[in-house]
Design a protein around this ligand. Structure first.
Ligand SMILES: Nc1ncnc2c1ncn2[C@@H]1O[C@H](COP(=O)(O)OP(=O)(O)OP(=O)(O)O)[C@@H](O)[C@H]1O
Ligand SMILES: [Mg+2]
Length: 469
C-alpha cells in the first residue's frame, strides 16, 4: 500500500539525481544530515551546479570553463568530512574522498597522487557498468531461464521420455513444449529452487592472481588479472548446485556477456573527465613549506608540487586509458590548526579560489546534531538497543544537558567539535549497553538528572575528562 507523505520518502531518496538538483535543493538535501554550515553547503552546491551548466554549453566555450575548486577550512569535528560523505551518497557523479596525508612524493615508497585519478576512474567504471548491467538484466534473466530449462529438459529427451502423450496421438514437439512450459511456470514460482542441476560457469577463483598483483601493480595502471586473462583465457567450471544458486551464477555470466565493456569503459572515462569529483581531505596535513628543519616537510612540499598538475589539468594513465583531469572538481578540506592555507605553496593556493570557512559549533548546534539529522546519534543508539528490546527515551532536558557538557568540555580541554558528543554518549550509555537485553525495565527514560549523575563528576574534573571523555 502506498502512503503519500509530504516531503521525501525513503524511496524517492534513491532516485534523487544530483545532476538534476538545483543548488537550493542540494543544500536542502545536505541539511537533512549536516547541521548549520550554510556557507560551505552553498559553495559546494554552486560548484556542482556549474558543472551541469557547463555541460550544456557549446563545446568551444565549455572547454574553457574550468571548475572552481573549493577549500573548506574549519576546526576539527565541525562537519567537513560529513559534508563530503553526504555528497558522495547524493552524487551520481564519480566521487571519491581521499586523505591528502596518504600520499608521498613521486619516487618515494607509498601512494603517488596520480593514484587518486585512477581510483576515481575505477569508481566511474563501476557506476557505468552497474547501469549497463541493470539495462541488460531483463534479457539476461530470460537467457538464464532458457538455459536452466534446457538443462532440465535436454533436447535428447525429446525422442524418449514423455511417451504416454504419444498415445493420445499428440505430436512429440507439442508435448515437449507443454512439459517445458509447465517447468517454466514451476521455475518462475521458485518451486524448483532446491533441485540440483549441473551447470557450467566461468571460473572466478583467480584470487591468487589478485593477491600477487596487490596494490603496487594497480598503481602502475597494470591489471595482472587482465594480463593473465589473455594468457590463460577464462576457464569454465562444471559444478552441481541448487537451481536457486545456479540462477545467480548464470545471471552473472549472462549479464557480463551482454554488456559491451569497451563502451562502458569509454563512457566511464568521459564521465570521470566531465563530472568527476575528488574530495581531498586533510589538506592541512601536507601544508608547510621547506622549513629548513628538513624531514617530512620536504616530502610534503613534494606532494603539493605533484598535486599541481593534477588540479590544473593533466593526463593520467589509467588501466582504462588516458584520463584528462582538467574538468575534475576538487574540494579540499582541512582544519588548518597548525598550518595556515598560506603555508601551502602559492601555486596550490591559487588553484583553490573558493574559500569557505566552517563555523565552530555552538550549544544549539550540538542539540540539533544530537536529534535532528536523519540517523542522528540519538536515533542510532535507540535503534541499536531496540534490537535487544530496550526502548530508550531521552527527555529534552537530557539532550540540553549533554549538549551543555559537550560545550563545557570542549572549552576546558580540547575543542574536538561534534565528536565530543560521541565520546559523551558512549560513556553515558556504557552501563545500558553492557546490560543489553538483561536490563529491567525495558523502557529506559533518561533525563537531565541521569545525565548529570553519570557524567557530572567527569565533566567537573578537568583531568578526568581529559582522559575519559
Ligand atoms: N555540522 C554537523 N552536523 C551534523 N553532524 C556533525 C556536524 N559536524 C560534525 N558532526 C558529527 O561529528 C562527526 C565528525 O565530523 P567530521 O568528520 O565532519 O569532522 P571534520 O570537520 O572532518 O573534522 P577533521 O578536521 O578532524 O577531519 C561526524 O561523524 C558527525 O557525526
Ligand atoms: Mg575530516
Amino acid at each position: 500500500m502506498a502512503i503519500l507523505l509530504s516531503g521525501r520518502t525513503a524511496d524517492t531518496q534513491n532516485s534523487l539525481k544530483l545532476d538534476e538538483l538545483t543548488p537550493r535543493e542540494i543544500v536542502a538535501e545536505l541539511d537533512r544530515y549536516v547541521v548549520g554550515q550554510t556557507a560551505a553547503k552553498r559553495a559546494v552546491a554552486v560548484a556542482l551546479r556549474n558543472r551541469i551548466r557547463r555541460q550544456k554549453l557549446p563545446a568551444e566555450i565549455s572547454r574553457d570553463v574550468l571548475p572552481k575548486n573549493i577549500l573548506m577550512i574549519g576546526s576539527t569535528g565541525v562537519g567537513k568530512t560529513e559534508i563530503a560523505r553526504r555528497l558522495s551518497r547524493l552524487a551520481n557523479s564519480p566521487f571519491i574522498k581521499i586523505e591528502a596525508s596518504k600520499f608521498t612524493e613521486v619516487g618515494y615508497m607509498g601512494r603517488d597522487v596520480e593514484s587518486m585519478v585512477r581510483e576515481l576512474t575505477e569508481v566511474a567504471v563501476d557506476m557505468t557498468r552497474q547501469v549497463a548491467f541493470d539495462e541488460v538484466r531483463p534479457r539476461a534473466e530470460e537467457n538464464v531461464e532458457e538455459r536452466i530449462l534446457d538443462i532440465l529438459l535436454p533436447s535428447s529427451s525429446y525422442s524418449y521420455g514423455v511417451g504416454f502423450d504419444d498415445e493420445a496421438g499428440e505430436p512429440e514437439a507439442t508435448s515437449t513444449a507443454r512439459t517445458r512450459s509447465k517447468l517454466r511456470e514451476q521455475y518462475r514460482r521458485g518451486e524448483l529452487d532446491e533441485r540440483l542441476i549441473e551447470i557450467e560457469t566461468q571460473d572466478r577463483s583467480n584470487t591468487m592472481i589478485d593477491f600477487v598483483g596487490g596494490q603496487g601493480m594497480e598503481e602502475m595502471g597494470v591489471n595482472l588479472k587482465d594480463m593473465f586473462g589473455t594468457i590463460f583465457p577464462t576457464k569454465t567450471v562444471r559444478r552441481k548446485t541448487r537451481i536457486a544458486e545456479a540462477r545467480m551464477a548464470l545471471l552473472r555470466d549472462e549479464t557480463e556477456n551482454l554488456v559491451d565493456m569497451e563502451q562502458v569503459t569509454r563512457q566511464a572515462i568521459e564521465r570521470t573527465q566531465s563530472s568527476g569529483i575528488i574530495f581531498l581531505d586533510e589538506l592541512d596535513k601536507i601544508a608547510g613549506r621547506e622549513s629548513g628543519s628538513g624531514g617530512p616537510d620536504v616530502s610534503r612540499e613534494g606532494v603539493q608540487r605533484d598535486l599541481l598538475p593534477i588540479v590544473e589539468g593533466t593526463n593520467v594513465n589509467t588501466r582504462y586509458g588516458l584520463v584528462n583531469t582538467e574538468h575534475i572538481l576538487f574540494i579540499a578540506a582541512g582544519a588548518f590548526h597548525v598550518s595556515k592555507p598560506s603555508d601551502l605553496i602559492p601555486e596550490l593556493q591559487g588553484r583553490f579560489p573558493i574559500r569557505v570557512e566552517l563555523e565552530s559549533l555552538n550549544l544549539d548546534d550540538f542539540k540539533r546534531i544530537l536529534i535532528q539529522p536523519k540517523n542522528s546519534l540519538i536515533k542510532q543508539y535507540k535503534a541499536l538497543l531496540n534490537t535487544e528490546g530496550i526502548t530508550l527515551e531521552f527527555t529534552d532536558d537530557a539532550i540540553s544537558r549533554i549538549a551543555e557538557m559537550a560545550v563545557q568540555i570542549n572549552q576546558t580541554t580540547e575543542d574536538i567539535g561534534a565528536r565530543r558528543l560521541h565520546t559523551l554518549l558512549e560513556k553515558l550509555l556504557e552501563d545500558i549497553s553492557f546490560a543489553g537485553s538483561d536490563l529491567e525495565p525495558k523502557h529506559q527514560r533518561l533525563d537531565a538528572v541521569f545525565v548529570s549523575d553519570r557524567l557530572g563528576g567527569l565533566v567537573g574534573d578537568q583531568n578526568l575528562s581529559r582522559y575519559i571523555l
